[in-house]
Design a protein around this ligand. Sequence first.
Ligand code: UT7
Length: 320
Amino acid sequence: MIYSRIVGTGSYLPEKVLTNFDLEKLMDTSDSWIRERTGIERRHIAADGETTVDLAEHAARRALDAAGLRPEDVDFIAFGTTTPDLVFPNCGVILQSRLGCRGGPAFSVETACSGFMYALSIADKYIRCGEAKRALVIGSETLSRITDWSDRSTAILFADGAGAVVLTPSEQAGILSTHLHADGQYKDMLYCGSGVSKGFGPEYKLAISMVGSEVFKSAVTLLGRAVDETLAANGLDRSAIDWLVPHQANLRIIQAIAKKLSLPMERVILTVKDHGNTSAASVPLALDQAVRDGRIKRGDRLLLEAFGGGFTWGSALIRY
Ligand code: UT7
């Protein structure tokens, strides 16, 4: 049996940091409100001209270094993002040209905050069936470009960053299972209201709109079900999980999922305080941080999950 295995992780955050106190000067909000309702204290914002692929390239090179592979070794790129550099070519192709790895498939996956989970699941399948040998899986975003800085209900949440993993085939597990879902009936709960085909006029807002309380409730319910599904698919009890690596949208959502797993918060990788919600980048950013600081070790069982606009959501169980 062939599994795909994570052999390297990497991440990158833009230099500029925007604190809650900075936001207090821009809108009617407060550090205490943001911390209590979301757990966020600061977030990183891309510089003018710094793009989603710029961030991704740093993360990808770091992941390849960690894996001991050369950029030209990559034969498959799956790139989760909702904030692409261009309409086309897709971010995966632009990244491919920067890395100098030619010929293999390179594409982007546009499933909002669960973009990395979707990309990971697709790459895992290609490795398992033998059609990819060295896959780069990316989550990268410049959400600050689609943030309405006059809307305090969303501007305090979203931020920029990138994370990456390298997958190779292995007889040792590996990614044990992935689970993807979508429910389009919730499309109006969290969306960006403009686009190439719809139009960019004033009536089509190029900014994130969200019914926050509804998204919150659905995230807790649907991620809770995803956790159950993931454990059941592997015949495991919740005590089998060593680390939860969750989407970093809101500390209270993460606490609810940890409670469902009966996991103490010390076994949950948290970056939301310092990163905010970086959408598709949030899970690989958190994973990389915990691998590099030594908390996540070879052999640990990890549960990854993410939830985003659509709604779309997904999870993965991994023997690291
Ligand atoms: O990654 C994709 C998934 N996204 C998410 O998971 C986000 C899910 N939603 C959330 O995280 C939360 O719903 C928010 C953090 C967005 C909002 O927290 P909440 O506890 O649901 O607050 P709320 O929207 O019910 O608003 C409560 C009050 C309102 O005032 P009134 O009507 O009670 O007077 C808001 O106007 O808080 C007010 N408010 C703010 N006050 C200060 C909303 N935003 C702010 C703000 N600063 N930034």
